[in-house]
Design a binder for this molecule. Sequence first.
Ligand code: ADP
Ligand code: MG
Length: 341
Amino acid sequence: MLAVTFFFDCRRKDDIHTFAFETMGTQASGTVYVWDRTRDRLPGDLVHATYDSIETALSSWRETSEIGRLNAAPADTTIEVSRGLSECLRVSEGFRQLSGGAFDPTAEPLMRLWGFYRREGRLPTQAQIDSARALMGRYEHDPFRRTVRKLDAGTRFDLGGIAKGYAVDRAVANLIALGISSAMIDLGGNLFCLGLPEGRDAWRVGIRDPLDRDQLFATVGLVNQAVATSGSYERFVEIDGRRYGHIMNPATGRPAEGLLSATVVARSATVADGLSTTLFVLGPEAAAALLRDHYRNVEAVLVLPGTGKVEARVVATPGLRGDLELRAEYRGRYSLEFLDF
Ligand code: ADP
Ligand code: MG
């Protein structure tokens, strides 16, 4: 019996390939269960190369990236862009349209103004906020020709709200092409669960507690699905002892407030990433309305500040009924309710 178990353990270890590294300003990791060992490329190396190439194109932090060059470009010149950049813009524009401008790929001037690129907060004046807002959305993008033309030299792009999800989708496509049928990859909280983990009926994934980021407050089961969470607790600047989160509300020009976090489960990691940021900007009521009117095919978990009796309120889409569970230590402390549509 012992020998059999031992043998079994050996075999399992040999079949699992795990990896972890840093890229795109965050942590990446993955577990690959079933893969064709005869290929000469390790799955982790393939994922790493995928992320690195996307960072080279889409990072707003690097002046030499494609985005960096587009941001420095003058107005009224037509610039050819890569497939990745064009695709991220196209999806971003969809979110912008459906959310009434809550998601905007040109929030860069606001991010800069609040000090997020210097990692040193600064309280802007209303006049500064107004001028930064006036630069937003001033460009034309042709997704068929893959060209961008800025209408104002000061218009600048920040794809931080969607690029990690896009990178995950590209990595998943590359893993599938390598013959992999069971894997879970995580890029800074943007996850994709491919197929099934050995011997189980879903990947069980924990959702981070926005009030205590080392803890997971709930779990969901995923199969061939992506999940992403947006929260202001992830990155913030401190100004006069107050914390300001890194997700901007374009309507006010100030960091978005209202939700503690927004989690989205979708078939695509790009959608999960972009939509979780969008919901976070919208706040509880408008987020629920957007989900009801336009995103019946995704699931979402919104965490709101608590009222009196509970520390936080968890509000989820009806499709998660029977799957989303508060972990034992959160029952009673957090309330859980499902939207009704
Ligand atoms: P994280 O980067 O922690 O995964 P998100 O996916 O929610 O979180 O993305 C937040 C990032 O999106 C910000 O750091 C910034 O780069 C960008 N961003 C900020 N405000 C907006 C906005 N209103 N619309 C689109 N992107 C935004
Ligand atoms: Mg996002």
